[in-house]
Design a protein. Structure first.
Length: 217
């Protein structure tokens, strides 16, 4: 049975960064810089965008306003500016559990950029697409090699498998993308895959016949 969301959780905009904040504060109270540093130390910057600290501050302020996290104390040190340390509330713990359960349980469209670009690839010519995909292939192959090495290193440290599921997933997805790119590149190189705006014009206008002779449009 799915975990029920509290009113605070249901009313709060969910995001990977917000979820990460709740999860890490469940580990221990932290100030925003500590959250950012821990995400990087744990290698979670591959799945959570923590590059912009301003976004992190805004997210934590939003979670505090919703009652999912609360100010624990303000640290004062001569070497650093004042730092507000946050802790997870009971409502925040319930929200994190409900969010994770719902995200894992229910697939939803995520609208990444790459498929969006693929849907309008005919704007480019076959030669331009081939050059672009060859370059992407090299970049994805490098990313995959680094991800595999990172996963192997993590396993070598003896980390529990449950802490590496996101890394395993990213390796599997990246492997699948690389295979797909290789297939499309091969079709472009052989000439099996080609197009022109003139040849596509009937499809753009909807002037085609469906199977059985019925006209689409």
């Amino acid at each position: 049975m799915a975990a029920a969301q509290t009113p605070a959780a249901a009313a709060t905009r969910r995001s990977p960064l917000a979820l990460a904040v709740l999860a890490l504060l469940g580990y221990k109270p932290l100030h925003p810089y500590g959250v950012q540093r821990l995400l990087k130390e744990w290698g979670k910057e591959n799945v959570v965008n923590v590059g912009q600290r301003a976004s992190l501050y805004k997210t934590m302020e939003r979670l505090a306003a919703a009652g999912l996290i609360a100010v624990r104390e303000t640290e004062r040190d001569q070497q650093y500016p004042e730092r507000t340390v946050y802790e997870l509330t009971d409502a925040g713990r319930e929200a994190a559990q409900a969010w994770i359960d719902d995200i894992v349980r229910v697939p939803r469209p995520e609208y990444p950029e790459f498929p969006a670009a693929l849907s309008f690839l005919m704007v480019l010519g076959p030669d331009a697409v081939l050059a672009a995909l060859r370059e992407r292939h090299d970049a994805v192959a490098k990313t995959l090699a680094e991800a595999k090495q990172g996963l192997a290193d993590a396993r070598g440290y003896g980390l529990p498998k449950v802490t590496l599921l996101d890394d395993e997933y990213l390796v599997a997805v990246t492997e699948a993308e690389l295979r797909w790119i290789q297939g499309v590149v091969a079709e472009l190189e052989s000439g099996e895959l080609t197009w022109s705006l003139e040849a596509l014009e009937p499809f753009v206008e909807g002037d085609i016949e469906a199977p059985g002779g019925a006209e689409q449009g």
